[in-house]
Design a protein around this ligand. Structure first.
Ligand code: GLU
Length: 420
């Protein structure tokens, strides 16, 4: 991800670039904008964790509460060996825009722990998680800041976070984290929420296409979001021509049988070990991004489409299911080439929308059916998508710029009403 390494508290170049564009277009005063160029609160801590062999490791943790004008801050915690403060700040900024764009009563935050979870035993992972919560618990709360899963974190990790928090404060607080296991107050549908949100947008966009099999889709990343989305799109009739994990991509002109590959990944195998057969070929992740297709879905990590490969992208539409998969330079190239980009703050907002439903259910101790969750999710995400589309028609801009404008204006209105 492009970032201002020198001052990690300042948002990254791509975010600043978009902010500047909105500022110019909408004639917003400088003073107001400063509220959005810097995070409200930043926490960084280094804490000791005992490893299985008796060694003490010092682990770095981060949490950035970027803006809270619209409500308590909300956002996931990622476990990754490259996490740093500038990345977490940038992602917290994006969360602020995301919650604003889809009209949730939240601000935005993000957290991170600099570890490679694949190198840790289950016990070590639990101690890292509980240690992080011990450091952070004084600065979060059901009405202050509500963490959730992100890259490499899942319901099990959220269960440990909840338990540690409740032990520290001495009372039950199920709404302190979302994305929990169902039995600990998680919401039905949260596990598929990110993919479902993207799915509803794609379904709406292509609703008039009679023969959906003509729509060729390539998906980078076959984790939770990527694999569920592949399945939902295939069930609707789209042709999934390529998928990938971090080891390799797989390609078939005729389309891949998604269920088969979900089963393959469940057996903990890598695509690089897949035996090429029945017209299925191995391709690299780089080749996948450059395939001839209708929809390209980056659903892995950030910074995948850069100035190096943007010119080679042949997809007609890109749906950003990952956070920040396109760098600012690449974004401009794609715009010049006429490639439509459905931005992350809209395309992957399904996750935080159902997190919001989970938090509402926790506060009421009253739980919804899966159908209720899906109906509400569809309503929230399509309202936002349609609003963005009208804005694009009115102002002749891109989906990303329109999304930023709507989100930023809502935050600034709240700041103004607060007298800031
Ligand atoms: N990590 C997810 C995101 O980037 C979900 C955040 C949440 O549910 O609070 O949107």
């Amino acid at each position: 991800m492009t970032s201002y390494k020198k001052n990690p508290y300042v948002i990254c170049k791509s975010c600043q670039n978009e902010l500047d564009k909105v500022k110019e277009r909408e004639n917003i005063e400088n003073n107001n904008f400063n509220l959005l160029s810097n995070p409200r609160r930043v926490f960084q801590f280094n804490y000791p964790v005992k490893m299985d062999d008796g060694r003490i490791e010092v682990i770095s943790g981060f949490r950035v509460q970027f803006n809270d004008a619209l409500g308590p801050t909300k956002g996931g915690i990622r476990f990754h060996e490259t996490v740093d403060l500038s990345e977490v700040t940038q992602l917290a900024f994006l969360m602020s825009l995301k919650t604003s764009l889809v009209r949730l009563p939240y601000g935005g935050a993000k957290g991170g722990v600099r570890i490679n979870p694949k190198e840790l035993s289950e016990g070590e992972l639990e101690r890292v998680t509980r240690g992080y919560m011990r450091e952070l618990h004084k600065y979060i709360g059901v009405d202050v800041d509500i963490p959730a899963p992100d890259v490499n974190t899942n319901p099990k990790v959220m269960g440990w976070m909840l338990d540690e928090y409740e032990k520290l404060v001495g009372f039950k607080a199920p709404g302190i984290v979302t994305g929990k296991p169902l039995k600990l107050g998680g919401s039905k549908g949260r596990d598929v929420a990110t993919s479902l949100g993207a799915f509803y947008i794609i379904e709406e966009k292509y609703k008039d296409v009679k023969d959906k099999s003509e729509i060729k889709v390539a998906i980078q990343g076959f984790g939770n979001a990527g694999s569920h989305l592949a399945k939902e799109l295939q069930d609707l009739g789209f042709t999934i021509v390529a998928i990938s994990d971090s080891s390799s991509g797989l390609y078939s002109r005729e389309g891949l049988e998604v269920d088969h590959f979900i089963g393959y990944k469940q057996s903990r195998k890598h695509f690089s070990d897949y035996e090429e057969k029945n017209g299925i070929k191995k391709i690299t992740n780089k080749e996948l991004l450059e395939l001839e297709c209708d929809i390209l879905i980056p659903a892995a990590l950030g910074g995948e489409i850069t100035s190096e490969n943007a010119n080679n992208i042949k997809a007609k539409t890109i749906v950003e299911v990952a956070n920040g998969p396109i760098t600012v330079e690449a974004d401009q190239t794609l715009e010049d080439k006429g490639i439509e980009v459905i931005p992350d703050i809209l395309a992957n907002a399904g996750g935080v929308i159902v997190s919001y439903f989970e938090w509402v259910q926790n506060r009421q101790y009253l739980y919804w059916s899966e159908d209720e969750v899906k109906v509400e999710l569809k309503d929230y995400i399509l309202k936002a998508y349609k609003k963005v589309k009208y804005h694009v028609e009115d102002t002749n801009t891109t989906l990303r710029s329109a999304s930023y404008s709507i989100a930023i204006n809502r935050i600034l209105e709240a700041e103004t009403l607060r007298g800031n």
